[in-house]
Design a binder for this molecule. Structure first.
Ligand code: ATP
Length: 400
């Protein structure tokens, strides 16, 4: 009897042991399955042909695109239907299938010198009415850019040649880029912006190649305005061209001058360059037929500042106590960009206070915030009015 019950006990133990073993094996199987799936996907990746990286240059009206492949040539390629077309901007990174015939993926944007150095806007929405002050400068640009772009035959009949290149110079933030965009907008031209300081950091041959490509693009997209920002980065007077970096910058400049020399003044491509340092430019670029029209974009005067305030408060609801004339008086020495910042700060202050209407107190806060940081070094020549005002309002003698 005793031996029967001990046999049963052994059997039960054995069954429990087997059940436990089954559970362990099942866990092991699921682990191995997971491992198998991992190796399968890894194997798929290994077996997949590589994709070719390219940069999108232009979308064609027939739904195809021109890309610059990383292997060298420009290609006309198809675009897979499932691709989100809104992401296909000029300068976007894309992946081509292995035959290089189709865009199969839009790659994440990343900081690439090629992309950073160039911006293309088909027809900028900016108008002359978005530019405050600068009436004479607008008049001059209309004459030398807008008119020849729109009516080249007028110039042909008169036998006169408009300038090919215009140089806008003056302190930063006073509207050089804005003005160039407005001319493009009003002339219904494509706006292509090149940042020269980015070109100056290129690998050997890249800067010059980019200049060549930008002008080729401008011709295809004509009428077009090419804006070369911070041209002093590639066109400063050279003492010597000793290092390879300097030689490279020189090569980029030479390419730019060759492009300028190569086109006709009545071609529908115009070039505008901007600089904060006209005094350090290489005279070669200022020769007739190159950037031979210089236009100064100075700090805005009181009337200019009033107009800039008007532009940037256009869409704001202002309390009656907000006096734009007074703001213009208090901001002597401020740039257009400063004024824009003041308006934004005032608006933000109103929002933070739970209001939709912007008051004079919001502007006082904004003036203090923006002008304090920007004008302190020049307080005696420029921001004096505001400092006197802010001291007076705090009961301090401004002369102190
Ligand atoms: P930088 O030399 O730094 O490139 P910039 O002279 O090209 O400066 P912008 O980039 O045109 O200056 O100006 C910066 C911003 O400041 C503009 O986008 C615009 O909002 C505002 N701004 C500057 N000047 C004016 C102006 N005259 N009228 C209206 N807004 C202006």
């Amino acid at each position: 009897m005793a031996s029967i019950s001990s046999d049963r006990g052994d059997e039960l133990d054995y069954v429990r042991f087997l059940e436990q073993r089954i559970r362990e094996l099942e866990a092991e199987i699921s682990l191995l399955k997971r491992e198998l799936r991992y190796y399968q996907t890894e194997l798929e990746k290994v077996l997949q042909p590589p994709l070719i990286e390219a940069i999108l240059l232009e979308l064609l009206p027939d739904g195809r695109a021109i890309v610059k492949s990383s292997t060298g040539p420009n290609l006309v390629v198809h675009i897979l239907d499932r691709i989100d077309k809104s992401k296909l901007m000029p300068g976007a990174y894309v992946a081509l299938n292995q035959r290089g015939s189709t865009i199969v993926e839009v790659l994440p944007q990343r900081e690439d010198p090629y992309v950073r150095a160039m911006e293309v806007i088909e027809r900028p929405k900016v108008k002359y009415t978005d530019v405050g002050g600068l009436k004479n400068q607008i008049g001059e640009l209309r004459e030398v850019i807008e008119l020849p772009l729109k009516y080249p035959e007028l110039f042909r009949e008169m036998g006169i040649e408009p300038p090919k290149g215009i140089l806008l110079y003056g302190p930063p933030g006073c509207g050089k880029t804005l003005l160039a965009k407005a001319v493009a907008g009003e002339s219904s031209a494509t706006f292509i912006r090149l940042v020269a300081s980015e070109l100056a950091q290129k690998f050997i041959g890249e800067g010059a190649r980019l200049v060549r490509e930008v002008f080729a693009l401008a011709r295809r997209k004509a009428p077009a305005i090419v804006l070369i920002d911070e041209i002093d980065a590639i066109a400063a007077k050279r003492l010597d061209v000793g290092t390879s970096g300097e030689r490279e910058i020189h090569r980029t400049l030479t390419q730019l001058l060759a492009e300028l020399d190569g086109f006709d003044p009545l071609d529908n491509v115009k070039v505008i360059a901007t600089t904060n340092r006209v005094d350090i430019l290489d005279p070669a670029i200022l020769r007739p037929g190159r950037f031979d029209r210089l236009i100064e974009i100075p700090l805005p005067d009181e009337n200019g500042r009033y107009e800039i305030f008007k532009i940037h408060t256009r869409r704001m609801k202002l309390e009656k106590d907000v006096d734009l004339n007074k703001l213009a008086k208090l901001t002597r020495g401020a740039t257009g960009a400063d004024i824009k910042a003041i308006c934004t700060e005032a608006g933000l202050h109103a929002i933070r206070s739970g209001r939709k209407v912007v008051t004079w107190r919001d502007f006082e806060y904004a003036l203090a915030k923006v002008l304090k940081s920007r004008l302190r070094p020049y307080v005696n020549q420029t921001g004096y009015e505001w400092y006197a005002y802010s001291k007076k309002s705090r009961g301090i003698d401004p002369a102190m």
